[in-house]
Design a protein around this ligand. Structure first.
Ligand SMILES: [Zn+2]
Length: 398
């Protein structure tokens, strides 16, 4: 550049002409202006609710294109009341059926059906009167882990649960992150602890799929600071942070799950929440390595929908091993991405069926899992049919 040209540019930059030919100089100019006029924001992040100004199609999908099975819901919970465990019903049967009929949900799978007498109650309340609409899973009886013959006991419990009506086994992230040698104290019990081997084997022998929640968003394992993309979510749920203390890393948890799947090839495992929805190449590797592995999409359309091109390829390739699921929890007001109701299902259908752009992944004023929006992946009908119904039906032996 000649001296004359440089001087000419300087002059022109000061005269604030269009930026097209002068990107660098003009940027410097803007910075100076911004610095002199800068106003500190007085709006708190929690009060910020920006409205998108995009003019893009908004498709309302009131019913799923095919009847669906919601493979991951919580209609009952086991709660500790004093010294005993009790089963809490999160909704009435009529309340659930009303939404199911309106939204084309053929079957809801209630994963947290408890164990022993609690399981019997869950089956009696939901599954027995409506065997074509509700399916109940059982859970391990962790309070018994201190028993010397726990491995045998837990294996036999699966058989008893099957007799009582349970159709599968649910593993909460309690295993790996909360359960300790003396239940609540002592070292953490590992996911691939041998004491569960008879349980995994029994589930396989009895054709009961294992719905297993291992792994959480990577941000849950990092400090809750200004760099954490889930700062607001972790602030609302500090107990979801697994940073520090004696917690294993997210990768260690998943490798332990992988060893379990490898050791029990006859048992079918549904890795809940897409196993690791932020790292689909890793999930693909696991699916390739373990033919007995499946995934559900519960409470993860926020992740899948912010990487729509990667997700679409993932659904194409693994269309026989992905299950429709929402993590729906009636009246679960603390987790808006899970509140059972018409709105929740319409968002899932919109994500799976349309190519709409930049919409909310949860029925909430502020995106509850992180401040971003999602894009639909517009699945073709043959894949929709499998994901909505066929894959789950096959696993559940329907
Ligand atoms: Zn869940």
């Amino acid at each position: 550049m000649t001296l004359r040209r440089r001087e000419w540019l300087k002059t022109m930059a000061g005269a604030s002409i269009g930026a097209l030919g002068l990107p660098l100089l003009n940027r410097a100019q803007t910075t100076t202006t911004a610095q002199t006029k800068r106003v500190e924001p007085s709006l708190a992040l929690k009060d910020y609710q920006p409205k998108s100004m995009l003019h893009v199609p908004e498709t309302h999908v009131p019913r799923s294109r095919f009847p669906n099975i919601d493979f991951h819901t919580h209609l009952t919970w086991v709660d500790r009341k004093g010294k005993s465990d009790v089963l809490t019903h999160a909704a009435t049967v009529a309340e659930a059926l009303k939404v199911m009929d309106a939204k084309n949900i053929r079957i809801m799978v209630n994963l947290t059906g408890g164990y022993g007498p609690l399981l019997e109650e869950a089956v009696r309340h939901w599954q027995q009167p409506h065997p074509d609409r509700f399916i109940v899973f059982t859970e391990p009886w962790y309070a018994k882990i201190t028993m010397p013959n726990y491995a045998k006991f837990q294996g036999e419990q699966i058989e008893a649960a099957k007799k009582a009506g349970a159709r599968g086994l649910k593993i909460l992230k309690t295993l790996g992150l909360y359960l300790r040698e003396s239940v609540t104290t002592g070292p953490l019990v590992k996911i691939d602890d041998k004491r569960f081997d008879q349980m995994w084997e029994a589930a396989g022998a009895l054709d009961m799929p294992v719905a297993i929640h291992v792994s959480d968003p990577e941000a849950f394992f990092l400090p809750t600071d200004r760099f954490n993309e889930r700062y607001e979510e972790l602030s609302a749920h500090p107990d979801w942070s697994f940073h520090g203390k004696d917690y294993p890393s997210n990768a260690e948890l998943q490798e332990a799950r992988n060893r379990v799947m490898e050791r029990h090839p006859r048992t079918k495992f549904v890795a809940l929440h897409t196993a690791d929805s932020e790292n689909l190449p890793y999930v693909a590797e696991c699916l390739d390595r373990y033919p007995n592995m499946y995934v559900d999409i519960a409470a993860r359309i926020g992740e899948l929908g912010r990487q729509p091109r990667m997700s679409r390829k993932f659904f194409d390739k693994y269309q026989d091993r992905i299950l429709f699921a929402t993590d729906a929890t009636p009246h679960g007001d603390e987790t808006p991405q899970q509140i059972f109701g018409n709105e929740l299902y319409e968002i899932y259908y919109r994500f799976l069926e349309t190519e709409d752009e930049y919409f909310d992944y949860a029925p909430a004023l502020i995106p509850p899992q992180g401040r971003w929006r999602i894009y639909g992946i517009g699945l073709p009908e043959p894949i929709l049919k499998k994901v909505y119904y066929d894959n789950a039906a096959r696993l559940l032996g329907l």
